[in-house]
Design a protein around this ligand. Structure first.
Ligand code: ADP
Length: 547
């Protein structure tokens, strides 16, 4: 016997249809590459996305083709995602912060047919044009009058392409399990690996993202996705905001404190999301300029661990509720979010911050546990730490073209490569990337926890902790620090500051001060490079220990 309900496929284009019908006048506000602020409605975006769909078909694109975007968050980039998905093709976000060789590798690996790009990135593409011969053409996100000179071949103007179409178009029918979007991990080791989202996985992710204990977007919200669309599916906000009917505020290329502050205040943003480095810049700007955030209610921070000082500043000084988020490209990208459970609202401020500093708990449709090296589940006691594995309908099942081989265990869980604890209330806390954890005398030391505490020192701008070879303990922690401008901090000050805040045997064996700490294209500390830089480093107490 079958159920008696309608079998309507879950397709992302239905989200923009919904926004067009029910929130037609809500705005998409964008700062463009040329600095101007552009405003349009969901109604206009819906029409323009359909015009783009027609234009792409006229260029010979169709079902299953991969069309890349290399662009900032703007209305045109948003229209592109929907226009591409609307012909049954696949949007593929390229991260401009990757090395040129990585970009050409990804473009060829994904078999990108066209590349839709901002003028900013023309030189980047010109530089690798000879390596990406299978690309049939480039669509530049600009008005006809703004089209720059370029050595690229087969270049089209986005606005001209749209002007030539009527917009009288029905989205192409596809199965809900058809591919819809593609995103590569930044690949700190080896080649980047691709993840391909389906219409269904994106729609399910949207429903979960908009549930009350996650982003809880409402039609009255003004939502600013600072997290770029070229990183980790923009945390799903390109779908979640129209599905709620929220106004969208796109920051374009400007993510500095002043530009973000301007949009937050002028557009009365109530919800925003980005990685910690963006918020560091904003908080510095606010402090220097005595800024206030009267309209901002919620900020979601993830991508790397939120330092407690940042959390406390938002909550105490600006009355903004922070929700720490953990996720990864492979999870569409949301995995956990720190939202209170019953009773936590009444706790003291400090207790609340203890909870919010954790990466949070799993929403519906994300199954999660920690395991030992043999795959045996470890207790949810907030102390045991092990491999964090996850399962669910918007979690990767395999990488594109089978790269990396079988990536699920027998029960269908995906190993995230992160090491974490889960407490009795279900709150997960990342202690490290599995490859960064410091193994000292058979026990694990969390580099992230020491880093988070170290950045709480007023003289510290950034901190990284790595394991350095030790004759007795295998590895011992080395604390690497960038000082704040003009700060006078010594090794002894740092060790004193850490005393009592971490277990004695976690205390770094040495502290070094540097001018620069290497970062990945997505702003994460490159521990691999640091470990190479300090490969021959001799800790001060090693001689003694070896004797
Ligand atoms: P990329 O490597 O391209 O930046 P992702 O954004 O998918 O790709 O990175 C995912 C990884 O980022 C996670 O596996 C985790 O190690 C780290 N991460 C994400 N959010 C957090 C967080 N809130 N705290 C600590 N680490 C995080």
């Amino acid at each position: 016997m079958f159920g008696s309900m309608q079998n309507v496929p879950l397709l992302v284009n239905g989200i923009l249809d919904y926004a067009n019908i029910n929130h037609n006048e809500r705005e998409i506000v964008s700062r463009l590459v040329n600095g101007t602020i552009h405003r349009e409605t969901y109604g206009q975006a819906h029409l323009r996305a359909r015009k783009l769909a027609q234009a792409l078909q006229a260029l010979g694109c169709g079902k299953g083709d991969v069309i890349a975007t290399l662009a900032w968050n703007t209305h045109r980039h948003l229209e592109s995602w929907y226009g591409i998905a609307g012909i049954g093709a696949i949007y593929h976000t390229l991260n401009p912060r990757l090395f040129a060789e990585q970009l050409s590798y990804i473009i060829n690996h994904a078999d990108d047919k066209f590349i839709i790009l901002d003028t900013t990135f023309l030189p980047l593409m010109e530089g690798i044009a000879d390596e990406i011969k299978n690309v049939k053409g480039f669509i530049v996100l600009a008005d006809a009058g703004e089209m720059p000179d370029t050595s690229l071949q087969n270049v089209y103007c986005y606005e001209d392409l749209l002007d030539a179409q009527s917009g009288d178009f029905n989205w192409v029918d596809v199965d809900e399990n058809a591919p819809c979007g593609m995103c590569y991990t930044s690949g700190t080791t080896g080649n980047p690996k691709g993840v391909c989202y389906t219409h269904r996985s994106n729609v399910l992710h949207t429903l979960v993202a908009n549930s009350a204990d996650v982003f809880a977007l409402r039609s009255i919200d003004n939502v600013m996705p600072v997290v770029p669309m070229f990183h980790a599916n923009a945390w799903g906000l390109v779908f979640a905001a129209p599905a709620a009917g929220s106004k969208i505020v796109n920051p374009g290329p400007n993510m500095d404190g002043a530009s973000i502050y301007q949009l937050l205040t002028e557009e009365k943003v109530s919800f925003t999301a980005a990685v910690p480095t963006v918020w560091l810049m904003l908080l510095q700007y606010l402090e220097a300029n005595k800024g206030k955030l009267p309209d901002l209610e919620r900020v979601s921070i993830g991508g790397s661990a939120v330092p407690r000082v940042m959390l406390e500043k938002f909550e105490r000084d600006y009355d903004v509720s922070v929700n720490h988020l953990w996720g990864m490209t492979e999870l569409s990208p949301m995995g956990t979010i720190a939202q209170f459970k019953s009773g936590m609202e009444e706790m003291s401020f400090d207790q609340q911050m203890d909870i919010k500093v954790k990466q949070g708990r799993a929403p519906y449709l994300v199954e999660m546990k920690i395991t030992d090296d043999d795959g045996k589940e470890l207790p949810r006691d907030g102390k045991a730490f092990g491999h964090l594995v996850v399962k669910g309908p918007f979690i990767v099942g395999e990488y594109i073209k089978g790269d990396g081989g079988e990536i699920l265990d027998e029960q269908g869980f995906f190993d995230t490569g992160d090491v974490a604890t889960i407490d009795e209330m279900g709150f997960m806390q990342i202690t490290d990337r599995a490859k960064d954890v410091i193994k000292s005398g058979g026990e694990w030391i969390s580099s992230i926890e020491i880093e988070n505490i170290a950045v709480g020192h007023e003289g510290v701008a950034e901190a990284a902790v790595i394991g350095v070879v030790h004759p007795k303990w295998d590895e011992r922690p080395l604390l690497i620090i960038i000082k704040n401008d003009g700060a006078d901090v010594s090794k002894e000050d740092m060790l004193k500051y850490l005393e009592g805040k971490i277990a004695k045997w976690w205390m770094p064996d040495d502290v070094v001060f540097v001018d620069e700490i290497p970062h990945t294209a997505t702003g994460k500390i490159q521990k691999l490079i640091l470990r190479q830089q300090f490969a021959d480093y001799t800790l001060p107490n090693t001689k003694q220990a070896a004797e």
